[in-house]
Design a protein around this ligand. Structure first.
Ligand SMILES: [Zn+2]
Length: 310
């Protein structure tokens, strides 16, 4: 069996551009300046760098990376594709340090690349999920440590993440949020914006979820404090709790120094991984392609992605 990394788009720029174009422009090239599709011509000649198009509608030049997380990067595109494959094919993700060593780019560049790829994995704002007969489990967890907040008992010094898990016979999918707190006032607006009112929601007995029945078709909960985890076989939050056990392993090693501003992107990466898992029929290559299709409109400047301390 040949190495996946031997394919030409991981090795040379012309093939890398052709590969990315096939993913981002499935119906042919689109001019990012005027939206034109009919008169985009690939520039030839030895002096021309790969992937350069001229639009004869607006006379401007562009390439498929314009307006994407790869725009204005000095890293060759085939190295970006290698990074995307490494991040998407590894079950637990890849650290910046590992990318630095494997790809031969500087640590700073590796850090920037991994954050841009995480931004690509971020599904952004989506229409609400759920519906009649659909079950959505809701729970929250705490990770890391907030900067400048003393460590005490309880969770005040930790970051809170809330997740909505939609059950499905094919396999559950998740949508997570970094939340400012875990009171009903913090969570309810997000839940209502992301779950349709006809949905059957399930939680534990936590007080912040006490009035969900006013907003949704049905609300069931189990009482963990009395040892009840499953009722009638289907009333439980085991799916979202299972996700959190994967989630926490994924955050191990990075969460200690995970800046609040970057937490959203780590959460997006973990959600992406779960929503593109093997069980849902997504293999390493199609997972990488799904991430690469999502690079559009997520340009990130160095300022946005830098740690602030650097
Ligand atoms: Zn144009």
């Amino acid at each position: 069996m040949a190495s996946v990394l031997n394919v030409s788009h991981f090795q040379n720029e012309t093939a890398a551009y052709a590969k990315l174009e096939s993913l981002v422009w499935p119906n042919g090239p689109v001019c990012p300046h005027c939206g034109g599709t009919d008169r985009m011509k690939l520039m030839g000649g030895k002096a021309t760098r790969p992937g350069l198009y001229k639009c004869y509608d607006c006379r401007k030049q562009s390439r498929v990376t314009v307006g994407t997380v790869f725009e204005a990067s000095h890293v060759p595109l085939h190295v970006w594709l290698q990074a995307a494959y490494l991040m998407c094919s590894s079950k637990k993700g890849v650290s910046s340090n590992q990318l630095h060593r494997t790809l031969g780019v500087t640590l700073k560049t590796a850090w920037f690349m991994s954050h841009r790829l995480r931004a690509a994995m971020d599904a952004g704002t989506l229409p609400p999920l759920g519906g009649e007969g659909v079950i959505v489990e809701i729970d929250e967890t705490s990770i890391g440590k907030k900067e400048g907040v003393p460590v005490r008992r309880g969770y005040a010094h930790k970051h809170a993440v809330m997740s909505l898990v939609k059950r499905s016979a094919k396999g559950a999918t998740v949508r997570s949020f970094h939340v400012s707190g875990t009171a009903a006032a913090d969570l309810l607006p997000i839940i209502k914006a992301n779950v349709t009112s006809g949905t059957h929601v399930m939680t534990d007995e936590a007080g912040q979820y006490a009035h969900l029945n006013k907003h949704f078709a049905a609300h069931d909960f189990t009482t963990h404090s009395s040892g009840e985890y499953v009722r009638d076989g289907y009333i439980h939050t085991n799916t979202v709790e299972g996700y959190y056990s994967v989630f926490k392993r994924g955050m191990t090693g990075i969460y200690q120094h995970c800046n609040e501003r970057h937490l959203r992107r780590y959460v997006a990466e973990l959600d992406f991984r779960y929503n593109n898992r093997i069980k849902l029929g997504v293999d390493d290559l199609s997972r990488t392609h799904n991430a690469l299709r999502s690079i559009v409109g997520k340009r990130l400047t160095y300022r946005d992605s830098s740690s602030g301390a650097a």
